[in-house]
Design a protein around this ligand. Sequence first.
Ligand SMILES: N=c1c2ncn([C@@H]3O[C@H](COP(=O)(O)OP(=O)(O)OP(=O)(O)O)[C@@H](O)[C@H]3O)c2ncn1[C@@H]1O[C@H](COP(=O)(O)O)[C@@H](O)[C@H]1O
Length: 119
Amino acid sequence: MNTPSTPNRAPVLDALAEVLKQRRSASPDNSYVASLHHKGLNKILEKVGEEATETLLAAKDAEHGSEAQRQALIAETADLWFHSLVMLSHLELDHQDVLNELARRFGISGHDEKAARTP
Ligand SMILES: N=c1c2ncn([C@@H]3O[C@H](COP(=O)(O)OP(=O)(O)OP(=O)(O)O)[C@@H](O)[C@H]3O)c2ncn1[C@@H]1O[C@H](COP(=O)(O)O)[C@@H](O)[C@H]1O
């Protein structure tokens, strides 16, 4: 079983990150990701915000909804994750940086962490 410190728990994210990185220097004519990089950070952030809104609307529908609405939430969340990964890649970061941060936090109660913050 994987532990929080086990590297490489998400091969699809590793593979996608490599593609996103290559797309930073690809032609926008042949690639959606390259077209986002070409349009710049503001366009990417616009997409992240749009997908976040669509995700929360889908979550509200899924709360007491059908199986189709639950699947729609999964699809919207994938769109949000994907565009967030494009955002990180545009800034020369990737999923591993986020996974490392989540691993660092693992097992630390949110209540305890907040109480330990210096005022
Ligand atoms: N995972 C994804 C992925 N998820 C969603 N999308 C695209 O994200 C876009 C956004 O959806 P919208 O409905 O908001 O699109 P839209 O309204 O036409 O977009 P805008 O005009 O508003 O920008 C769609 O074109 C989806 O196809 C993705 N495009 C690419 N990938 C991955 O990225 C790889 C590289 O893609 P390309 O760069 O296109 O080759 C692919 O092989 C996939 O692995």
